[in-house]
Ligand binder design. Sequence first.
Ligand SMILES: O=C(O)CCC(=O)C(=O)O
Ligand SMILES: [Fe+2]
Length: 340
Amino acid sequence: MKEGVISRPSLGQASDEYERFAVGSLLALRQYCSSPAAAAAIEREGAMRGGQYDVVVWDLERELLEELTDARLLSGVEVAAQIRWLRSALPAETSLLLLDVPPVWEDGSPVPKAARPEAPPWALLDGVFTPSELARVIALCEQLDRSAVRDPEIAGFKLATTSVVHYSVSADGAPSFAGDEPPDPLLDTGWLFRPLVAALRRGDAALGGALPLRAFCTSVQYNRYDGGDHFEHFHVDEVECETAYKSLSLVLFLSRPDEYGGGEFELRRGEGGQVTALRPDANSAAVFCAREVFHRVRRVTRGARRTLVLWACATRASAVCDGPAEPCVAFGRIGASPFL
Ligand SMILES: O=C(O)CCC(=O)C(=O)O
Ligand SMILES: [Fe+2]
């Protein structure tokens, strides 16, 4: 038993919620641990309550939850630092257990990879930014170097993906940076991410809670479609990989519908679902389940159609430890079922 690990000074008494999460973590660990020896160890520790593995996972999540409850954002780098700290304080076999925790619901069951069936497949939210923020987003995005996506079968438009999301907010609300990369001018303040994260949360609530407990949002992608550009290929955004999965997609419409012709955003649930075509107002966002909702952008006939796209991801702890493929910002589920 590693006493040092459970006595991090900043952590107080566990609340009921945290207790429940601790149990959930144990269940998930038991379910997902492949090594029989590890499974037996978890069984033993679970019986003891407050056992080593419980506490390790619990502390990590508590730290996150505390940050999130304060509406503070954690960067991927900070999460990685926490995990490294835990790993250094633990024997090797413990960190192995830590690495295999999938996102779980309150009752310990794995988070489904799609929104709940009874929930609507997408949500359209308005007023994501203030008007001045929106103008600032557009102005900054236009400064980014865009590369062209050109595949006649699939898509033709220009995109820029911002590279750095090492963003956090200190207790007094001042922006600060984790990691040593120079701040990206687009991403170095909370004004951009707070509204986007809030929109993801609102969207998640509207979809009945598709977000996993431990979620991150990716860097933002800026898309610009000039006349003739399109993303005609119906696709889902999620690409299965070992390190993370996208759970929610957010497409923020930066252009007013009268600023471009064509460019309808079409969505459908699943392969055979009915297609809905949208031309949303500027400053509104479509939020939808990244695995389940097929979507495409019809060809733009005039003007420019601009969007900002980002994703909520669930990330395995190991992915963060090994360095996430995409730097990410953590955010949480607060105030509703189960942890939002
Ligand atoms: O730009 C859009 O409206 C959607 C883009 C999209 O579907 C994507 O980047 O995956
Ligand atoms: Fe997409």
